[in-house]
Every structure is written in C-alpha cells, then in structure tokens.
Ligand binder design. Structure first.
Ligand code: BES
Ligand code: ZN
Ligand code: ZN
Length: 499
C-alpha cells in the first residue's frame, strides 16, 4: 500500500473509489450528516432511512454510484461531533481502509477535510488518519504460497489546504505506521525464522542508510567478556547464540545525556527446564516483541530526526532445554555483580533484562524505559487493553501519561513498593528470580528489574505481555492474531519530551 497527501479540491479528482465521512447527531431523533455536501444531498434518502447513521466505525459502500469522477463511494461514520479525537480518527481511518480493501480497487481518494473541518487539531488528525491507514494495511502472509494482498493499492488523503505543520504531521504518521509494521513483522515471524542472530541482523539491515543511527551487535563471546551472566545463563540451554543489540542515535550534542530504551528479545520461550504446558506455547514466539518494538522505536526516532540522543538495547536469546540448560537452583551473576538463584527457569526475561539494565545504567542516561512480555500475571490483571507500567518516579509518570495521551496507546500505572523488593530476596544468592510471596507477579518482576537500575535514574518498566499481540479484537488497525507493535508510538513521544 502506498499513501500520499494530495492538496487538491476533491471534486476535481477521478478515482475508482471515494471515501467521505458522516457524523451522528448528539440528539437521538436527529439525523446523521454527510460531510461532503453534494453527496449529502444525494444520500438524503439513505440518511432518512438510517442506512447512514454516522456511528463510529460504520462503513456503507455504495457501489457503482458514478458520482462525478468516482465509481464507488464509501461513507464512513466518525461518531458524534464532540466525541471525535485523534484515536477515533485513527480507528475511522482503519474502517475506511478495510472498506477500500474490500472493493479490490487499485486506487482510492479519502475526503480528509470531512474529518478536520472546523477542528483545531487538523494536523493531529492528519497524523492519526495516516497512521490508521498504514497500520491497517499490514498483512503477514509471506509464509503462505497464495498471497492475499498481491494487488497494489494507492490511497490519497485529500485536503484543500495543508500548512507545513499538517504536512509534517502526515509524514510522521506514515513513518510511525511503517515502523510499527516493521516491528510487527519481526514479532509475527516464527521462532525458526526469527532467532537472536536474525533479530540482530534485521536491526542492522533496517538501520542502513538512516543518518546518525549506528547498530552494534555483540556475539556470545563478547556477551561473556562483558560479564552478562543473566543473558548467558538463559542462552545456555539453546543451540542458538545469544545477541546483545545496541542501537545508538545521535540527534543532539554529544554532551547531552541519552534516553535509553531496553527490550526483551526472547525469540522463543518454552520455559526452559521449568517447561511451559504445550497448549498455546506457540505464542511464545512473540516473547521478543519488547525487543522488536525497541528496535522500531530507535528506527522511528532516527527517521523523524528528533533532536535527542537515544540508545536502544535488546538482549536476545531463546529459552530452551538442552543438556547445558540452566537448572532450577543454579546461581548466576549479572553484569552489575549481583547474584541470583534461578528458582524457575521460565522467569527468564528478568534475567536477560538485568544485564541490559545494568549496561543502560552505565550510560548515565536521562531516563530508561523498558518493554517486555514479562509476566502472565499482567495478562490476568489488565487483559489486552492496557499496558501496565511501573515507576517510582512521579515526574516520569507524568511524562508517560502525557506521551500516551499523544500516541493514543493505553497505559496503566501499577504499584511498585519495597514489599515487592523484599519478596525477591534470595536464600543462597542476593536475589531469587521468583517471589517468595503470593500474587503480584508483575510487580515482583518489576522489583527484580529495579535491582539493576542505578540509583537516581528515572526508570519505567512496561509489561506488554497482554498487549504485545492479539489485540485486533479491540483495535481495528491491529490484526486479530498478530503482533501489535505496542509502545513504539509512546516511546517516541517520551524521547521527544527529553529533546
Ligand atoms: N514470557 C513469559 C510471560 C508471558 C506469559 C507473556 C504469557 C505473555 C503471555 C515469561 O517469561 C514467563 O514465563 N513468566 C512466568 C514467570 C513466573 C514463572 C514467575 C509467568 O508469568 O508465568
Ligand atoms: Zn518464561
Ligand atoms: Zn518469557
């Protein structure tokens, strides 16, 4: 799919498909309004009969309308006027895209002015519309012999006027959508085609040609030399070598402290010796989504040329079972010198993140944010609507809430207190990788991570176990079963706030 912004009068164009919008009325008995006045008149009957209601996410396709230069016309509902936000626009764009796709046309024009007329958030809406379209265009069918989407589709978002802010916002939406799709693909690839080596190579490849972005990859020998006992301990059970991926973007003076993003890149988690049950285990190919999304975050920051220094760190390995695998009770030493007992080999994400967070700390960053499919407990707590985040830093909490407000991603602040830390004390080593207490499994995991973050560094941990994939039943611009690319858009906003 290709999308572009066309600054033109919509009625001067010709295309096989035209998308216009409708709005529902605040009063029940009142009828919907179609935002294109001429078509509004033509559709008077459909409106009177309530075929067009303007309800959010409604899409009515009028085939063979032959209105002006347009063969088919699609009317997409925006909902009530006063309830339109950038997120409803993102979702309406998704609805529009699906309706266009169903027509099997090669080209369509979208009457964007119908959304933005009289709105001060026009630029914001343009970004959201672009994001919604690009995100919805994502299909993962490269492993099927018959491709669903072999047809090329060109979508033109049409507006009468666009200033520089609007054009920049549109471009930003396209960049963010494309990067999220890039990360989704990494997540959707199965474990045999997405190993730590392939993940690292994908980051290197994707960064090629992007100004001021450098990728360094550490192999197993280097990881050992760098004393990353957590990453090595998890990788011990796998025939695949681990990788530690370092992405550095320089968009500000060298003296400016970086913002640091850390991701869990577990390319397959069978649980290790503490093996997981078979049912649903195939989903553990998604255990690298935190890592994939951190790679996407750095790509986006660099492509958007943010005036910030940023570092992305991804610890990547498989968690499998060969004769050398870490056993319950084994003790390893993390990069910062702290020792931990591995009392459950399935609690492996925190062990590889321990080394990555220790390394992040050494960079003396302004802030550290990590993303990880860390605990099943998070799925129980928040399901697939909100990403739970943990931080003890009030200023960072405010920044996160503001960033998520801008991105449209839902986050929820979770508790992290000293009791959770106490639960992670080891018997034979400094720490245990599982809690001695009952419940709060996501918070105790966060408390474990906290032991590897330097004092005074603002840090937040985002547990994306519930939101990393399979959120398409909620969000129309996500696939039903695939990776979501969650937190990239929010992390980019967080980076922007530190510029
Ligand atoms: N990758 C899993 C967490 C997970 C589970 C993510 C389900 C998404 C969906 C993680 O490595 C894990 O297995 N955690 C254990 C920790 C426990 C042994 C303390 C869990 O949550 O069961
Ligand atoms: Zn696990
Ligand atoms: Zn895991």
């Amino acid at each position: 799919m290709a999308i572009n912004l066309l600054v033109k009068d919509i009625d001067s164009l010709t295309s096989p498909a035209l998308v216009v919008f409708s709005k529902s009325s605040a009063q029940k008995e009142k009828l919907a309004k179609v935002t294109h006045s001429e078509l509004g008149k033509k559709f008077a009957e459909a409106i009177a009969e309530k075929t067009i209601t303007g309800k959010h996410q409604e899409a009515i396709t009028f085939r063979e309308m032959n209105h002006g230069g347009f063969r088919h016309v699609i009317v997409v509902g925006l909902g009530k006027e006063n309830e339109i936000t950038h997120e409803t626009v993102r979702q309406s764009a998704a609805t529009a895209f699906e309706a266009i796709r169903a027509l099997k046309v090669k080209e369509a024009v979208v009457h964007f002015d119908g959304i933005s007329a009289g709105k001060k958030d026009a630029a914001n809406f343009l970004q959201a519309a672009a994001e919604g379209m690009v995100l919805t265009s994502y299909v993962f069918d490269e492993l099927k012999t018959a491709k669903k989407d072999a047809e090329e589709l060109n979508v033109h978002l049409v507006t009468k006027t666009a200033d520089k802010a609007a054009k920049d916002a549109f471009n930003e939406g396209v960049i963010l959508g494309s990067v999220v799709n890039f990360s989704r693909r990494l997540g959707d690839l199965p474990g045999n085609l997405m190993t730590p080596t392939i993940l690292a190579n994908s980051a290197v490849e994707a960064a090629k040609g992007i100004a001021n972005l450098k990728v360094t990859v550490w192999d197993k020998a280097r990881v050992k030399k760098e004393r990353m006992g957590g990453l090595l301990g998890v990788a011990a059970g796998s025939d695949q070598e681990p990788r530690f991926i370092i992405m550095e973007y320089k968009g500000a003076a060298a003296s400016k402290k970086p913002v640091c993003f850390v991701g869990k890149g577990l390319t397959f988690d069978c649980g290790g010796i503490s093996i997981k049950p078979g049912a649903g285990m195939e989903e553990m190919k998604y255990d690298m989504c935190g890592g994939a999304n951190v790679i996407g975050t750095l790509l986006a920051i660099a492509k958007l040329k943010l005036k910030v220094n940023a570092v992305g760190l991804v610890a990547s390995t498989e968690n499998l079972i060969n004769g050398s695998a870490t056993k319950p009770g084994d003790v390893h030493t993390a990069r910062n010198g702290k020792t931990f007992e591995v009392n459950n080999t399935d609690a492996e994400g925190r062990l590889i993140l321990a080394d990555a967070l220790s390394y992040a700390t050494e960079l003396e960053p302004q802030v550290i944010c990590d993303a990880a499919t860390l605990t099943g407990a998070m799925v129980i707590a928040l399901g697939n609507t909100h990403t739970g985040y943990f931080t003890r830093n009030a200023a960072l909490k405010n920044k996160i809430e503001r960033a998520a407000g801008e991105s449209g991603e839902w986050v929820w602040n979770m508790p992290l207190v000293d009791f959770h830390v106490a639960d992670m004390k080891g018997v034979y080593a400094d720490l245990s990788n599982i809690s001695s207490g009952k419940g709060a499994g996501s918070a105790t995991a966060a408390a474990f991570l906290e032991q590897f973050v330097g004092e005074g560094i603002p840090w937040a941990h985002f547990d994306i176990a519930g939101t990393g994939w399979a959120v398409g039943n909620r969000l129309p611009y996500c696939t039903k079963k695939g990776a979501s690319g969650v937190m990239i858009r929010t992390f980019v906003e967080i980076a922007r706030q530190h510029a």
